[in-house]
Design a protein around this ligand. Structure first.
Ligand SMILES: NC(=O)c1ccc[n+]([C@@H]2O[C@H](COP(=O)([O-])OP(=O)(O)OC[C@H]3O[C@@H](n4cnc5c(N)ncnc54)[C@H](O)[C@@H]3O)[C@@H](O)[C@H]2O)c1
Length: 402
């Protein structure tokens, strides 16, 4: 018997939207793409041609309302720029369409509340596609924490460390959204890749919550020098931009844990999320690809910091242990396919979404809160988007770890 497919529309077909469409949605037998939409006609057309190779008569449009009004569409993938994610997700839920929404920071607490209120009122399934929650190391460490290997977790840290200077500088030429954000805002504009896995480990919104934070931004010179040296003919606008090169945020949690986040996107560097989990029995360090356990005294004395993760293979999530070459090709080594698969599975089985609306609002609101903290120089309070339900909600992992 043929399995029922989920009929989806894709809204936003830039770099990420096309990649998810090509590498995942058009390959997944549980999904049928019935509509594609982008404000740019040429991008919508390119996606339409791709989809048409597989399915007859998909809808192609530049107005996302057409996708939301279409009776065939059961779920939408919202892969637009950061300023439009939440409003499109809200409209989709109002129309009864399940939502898979890409990551990014929020612009106001009001929009985060509106997202939560709409999901609660409509009951329509909603997931934020925070793929780093499903990555190999992050799931392995979560498993180690759940099994008590690292003891009581006291502190976690992570970064979005990614040299994006060419992407930001060439934003208008490439019709990419990031440039305006860097010219006009100063905050941790992309906190969810590192905060998401940490929040899952610390059971945020499920027995724990973010209470307050403070952010500090460095001066802004990375883009200025880059543009002067590498794009002097093309742009002068980056001679004066708002975004601090490195934004550091410290968050306090209800049970006393601390979280350190860093946005570092306009200086030269290698990509690294610098994920660290510090517990009473040991710690995990992604940059060193190592686990250090209490009692590793001999190792502590040597200069050898090399990768020792092979020793801890038993803690890998089954989905990573059994990863096929096909799955690896879905994006970011396989985590993108796992993420979309988790959304489709929850949708088909009617189970809770692994990254739900409370997670989305809490993690995305860090951008707004960090902006306020940088502006005022003070500590700001994190809203409780669960309205107290965090005290009752049970811990739940993003995927089964056993
Ligand atoms: N999870 C990840 O690993 C990952 C990686 C890259 C990007 N992203 C996220 O994906 C999103 C898109 O990133 P990108 O690099 O593809 O950006 P992009 O600028 O290349 O593409 C965004 C597209 O959305 C379209 N769009 C904007 N508003 C729209 C609207 N109202 N209706 C229809 N289309 C609209 C734009 O025309 C553009 O083509 C961002 O939120 C980004 O944070 C996530």
């Amino acid at each position: 018997m043929q399995e029922k497919t989920v009929q989806v529309g894709v809204i936003g077909l830039g770099v990420r939207g096309m990649s998810i469409l090509k590498a995942i949605l058009l390959k997944n037998p549980e999904v049928r793409v019935v509509a594609v939409c982008d404000l740019y006609e040429d991008r919508a057309q390119k996606a339409y041609e791709l989809v048409s190779e597989k399915y007859a008569a998909p809808i192609k449009t530049t107005a996302y309302g057409d996708v939301l009004q279409n009776g065939e569409v059961e779920a939408v993938f919202v892969i637009t720029d950061w300023t439009t994610h939440i409003s499109i997700a809200i409209e989709a839920m109002e129309r009864g369409k399940a939502v898979a929404m890409e990551v990014g920071g929020a612009y106001s607490l009001e929009e985060c509340w509106a997202l939560v209120n709409t999901q609660e009122r409509t009951g329509v399934p909603f997931m934020m596609l925070e793929n780093c929650c499903f990555d190999k190391n992050e799931l392995m460490v979560m498993n180690m924490v759940r099994q008590g290997v690292l003891g009581t977790v006291v502190h976690c840290s992570g970064s979005y460390g990614h040299d994006l200077r060419p992407e930001i500088a060439d934003g208008y030429k490439n019709r990419h959204y990031r440039k305006d954000q860097y010219l006009n805002r100063n905050c941790d504009n992309y906190p969810t890749h590192e905060l998401g896995p940490i929040a899952k480990i610390l059971n945020i919104n499920r027995g724990n919550r973010l209470v307050s934070l403070v952010s500090v931004a460095s001066k802004s010179v990375g883009m200025k020098e880059f543009v002067k040296e590498k794009r002097s003919e093309d742009y002068t606008d980056f001679l004066n931009y708002e975004q601090g090169d490195v934004v550091t945020t410290i968050i306090k949690c209800a049970h006393g844990e601390t979280i350190l986040l860093k946005l570092d996107t306009t200086l030269p560097r290698r990509y690294d999320r610098e994920f660290r989990v510090c517990g009473t029995k040991g710690n995990f360090n992604q940059t060193l690809q190592s686990v250090f356990l209490d009692g590793d005294d001999e190792w502590a004395k040597t200069k050898d910091v090399a990768d020792n993760l092979d020793k801890y293979g038993e803690y890998l999530a089954p989905v990573w242990k059994n990863m096929t070459d096909e799955q690896r090709k879905t994006g970011h080594g396989g985590m993108d396919g796992i993420t979309v698969g988790a959304f489709i599975k929850a949708l088909k089985t009617g189970s809770e979404m692994p990254v739900d609306v409370y997670d989305a609002a809490t993690w995305m609101s860090v951008s707004v809160l960090s902006e306020q903290s940088i502006l005022t120089g003070g500590t700001v309070t994190c809203p409780d988007f669960t309205r107290g339900k965090w005290t009752l909600r049970e811990s739940k992992d993003v995927i089964e770890l056993e």
